[in-house]
Write a protein that binds this ligand. Structure first.
Ligand code: PPS
Ligand code: ADP
Length: 607
């Protein structure tokens, strides 16, 4: 079986990418199929057995496709006696960097073109950096248009030196520099007599011979679960593609994040029982006992990070700048969850590679950021696992891909702890109080009426004999959260702590009422993730104008005159809930009516 090489061509407009590939195919009389054909043939060939590469090819694009975005990347298939190739040809204009990144996420090798008369320019460096970010470890610099500089060895050597110097700061990248002429055909399929001083391979020879096998040593078994099925209705099977390692019936696996152990009872590949599954294969795994596993969870034989926080490098692709506190859908592996960019650490200069401290990111910049997700999930660094470590950020309003990135470090603040079950349970504690614990989460602008309403609802509940606790923004910020301010990261932490406290109160059997602006949708989703299903979102939707007229604490006036920064509604955003359990505009609803509306909604939780 021939091995498959997936590569990308990049370079500036007019550097001659299409001519180069065209010439190579023409000279070698290679099959030049259309994209459909490419997919069909690729799925038959498969680099690691089975019909696997079909999905591998689509991997980089899947997320984009789901978003319904047309990406201008042409995939072409060709084959020689020694190897099969798929090349992603991407447009060279700077505004198409997004397409280049998508193409790079699919490729194992990059052919970067430069014009011999121009040498290494910033576009060359940008492309090399993006390729490296997307995990490409093999790069060919094709120095094109050598004929225009009379095959000048010295000029070529200077370009090679520039490129090698530029790459010297990259880790793990191997580069080859080849002098070519796409129009004349020099060093494309055969070595050219015009460059007697060049003793390296022609481009095609290099592509045929490039050794891309990774020396990974002992790799762990990792399989993200794509689907839970019941084939033939007799057992629960976990379907997914083996990302790394192998597995056999009888092997012990660990489920993440539920952290249960079970043995593999049987293994199916396209409905047939097999004795082994290897990396790249889509399999169905049946375990010897029931475990808590759903789509996006992971079966493995090692311990992978389960976390809600990581640092990452990304290419920002949106026209709108990235600012701290912005939230997205984070699509990583087989899972899509809400997340917030809580910090932008720095941007990497395209040319020199130095890090510049920034607090916002502009289109086509390479940024290092910190992300917090609404749920804990299995993440890994891109270095150790390309599936669990690669992600895209999807804009929640436009539904388009705003960034493509890789996880640098997962952050776990207390990794060596295990959950201890207690003998007195939440149900017992609640039973003793004769009630069902629930959290009433009041959200809305400052002055909307959250505190007034929450405290009236609490009073009514206590009057009816319920046991309650009210957590109020202003009060909590004097004590527990006295160390926090109002930037997006601090607000996130404020809400996270409040949610954790509220959960503990619920554990203790109490009904909790929280009154916090909690302006970010993802932060509230995170809170719900922490607290669980007994969560009632009460949106106090009193409009800004009314809140500002009330100006109970005189804060709006201060905010308008610039004495308070980041003030919600004035100089910081408020993201209204999409589907709140209760919505109350206190502009002209009397307090008793508002209280009754809330109580009506929560009765079903209380009884
Ligand atoms: N910059 C800025 N923005 C918003 N609010 C501010 C700010 N600075 C101080 N305050 C006062 O702090 C109260 C809001 O705190 P929260 O903990 O509810 O805010 S948040 O949920 O973390 O966004 C809020 O109280 P409420 O009026 O009860 O909402 C304000 O009194
Ligand atoms: N129906 C209502 N519900 C709640 N507050 C109201 C209502 N009508 C008027 N208000 C007034 O609006 C202000 C709301 O302030 P507060 O409850 O502290 O808001 P928040 O906690 O959202 O900042 C109070 O002065 C309150 O008396």
């Amino acid at each position: 079986m021939k091995s498959l090489l997936k590569f990308i061509t990049c370079g500036s407009v007019d550097d001659g990418k299409s001519t180069l590939i065209g010439h190579m195919l023409y000279d070698a009389k290679l099959l030049f199929a259309d994209q459909e054909k490419a997919l069909e043939l690729d799925s038959k060939i498969g680099s690691r057995g089975g019909d696997i590469d079909y999905s591998l090819l689509l991997d980089g694009l899947m997320a984009e496709r789901e978003q319904g975005i047309t990406i201008d990347v042409a995939y072409r298939y060709f084959t020689t006696d020694d190897r099969s190739f798929i090349v992603a040809d991407t447009p060279g204009h700077e505004q198409y960097t997004r397409n280049m990144a998508v193409g790079a996420s699919f490729a194992d090798l990059a052919v970067i073109l430069v014009d011999a008369s121009k040498g290494v320019i910033s576009q060359t460096k940008r492309h090399a950096r993006i390729c490296s970010l997307m995990g490409i470890r093999h790069m060919v610099l094709a120095v094109n248009k050598m004929d225009l500089i009379d095959y000048d060895e010295e000029a070529f050597s200077n370009i090679r030196r520039d490129f090698e110097m530029f790459l010297s700061t990259f880790t793990d990248v191997e580069a080859t520099v080849i002098p070519v002429s796409a129009t004349e055909g020099d060093n494309i399929t055969e070595n050219s007599s015009n460059t007697p001083w060049y003793d390296g391979p022609s481009l095609l020879t290099y592509l045929e011979d490039a050794d891309l096998t990774k020396d990974e040593g002992e790799v762990p078994f990792v399989m993200p679960v794509q689907r839970v099925s019941r084939p033939g209705n007799h057992f629960r099977g976990f379907q997914g593609q083996i990302e790394s390692g192998q597995i056999r019936p009888g092997d012990e696996v660990l489920t993440l994040p539920s952290r249960e152990r079970a043995s593999v009872k049987s293994l199916l590949v396209t409905d047939e029982e097999v004795g082994e599954g290897v990396a790249g294969q889509p399999v169905t795994v049946q375990l010897d006992r029931e475990v808590d596993v759903s789509r996006g969870n992971v079966l493995t034989n090692t311990d992978l990070p389960v976390t809600d926080r990581f640092t990452a490098s990304l290419l920002w692709m949106d026209d709108e700048p990235l600012t701290e506190g912005k939230n997205f859908l984070v699509k990583a592996g087989t899972k899509t969850i809400p997340g917030t960019v809580v910090a932008i650490h720095y941007k990497t200069d395209i040319n020199i590679g130095n890090q510049i401290k920034v607090s916002r990111g502009e289109k086509n910049e390479l940024l290092t950021i910190e992300v917090v997700t609404a749920e804990r999930s299995v993440f890994d660094t891109f270095r150790s696992n390309e599936t669990l470590g690669g992600f895209i950020l999807i804009d929640r309003v436009t539904n388009s891909t705003a960034a493509s990135g890789v996880i640098e470090e997962t952050i776990q603040r207390s990794p060596n702890t295990v959950w201890e079950d207690t003998s007195v349970t939440r149900d017992l504690r609640a039973g003793q109080k004769g009630q069902n614990p629930v959290t009433l989460w009041f959200t809305g602008l400052s002055g909307s009426g959250k505190s007034t309403l929450a405290s009236e609802v609490e009073e009514q509940l206590v009057r009816e004999g319920y046991h309650t606790m009210l957590l109020d923004g202003d009060n909590v910020r004097h004590g527990l959260n006295g160390d926090l301010g109002f930037d997006p990261g601090d607000r996130f932490e404020n809400i996270r702590r409040v949610a954790e406290v509220s959960r503990l109160m619920n554990e203790a059997g109490l009904i909790t009422l929280t009154s916090f602006i909690s302006p970010y949708r993802t932060d509230r989703e995170k809170a719900k993730g922490i607290i669980g299903e007994a969560f009632v979102e009460v949106y106090v939707s009193t409009p800004l104008q009314v809140c500002e007229e009330r100006d109970v604490k005189g804060l709006y006036k201060k905010a308008r005159t610039g004495k308070i920064s980041d003030f919600t509604g004035v100089s910081a955003p408020y993201e209204p809930p999409v589907n709140p359990d209760v919505e109350i505009d206190t502009t002209d609803v009397p307090l008793e009516v508002a209280v009754n509306n809330v109580l009506k909604e929560i009765r079903k939780y209380l009884e």
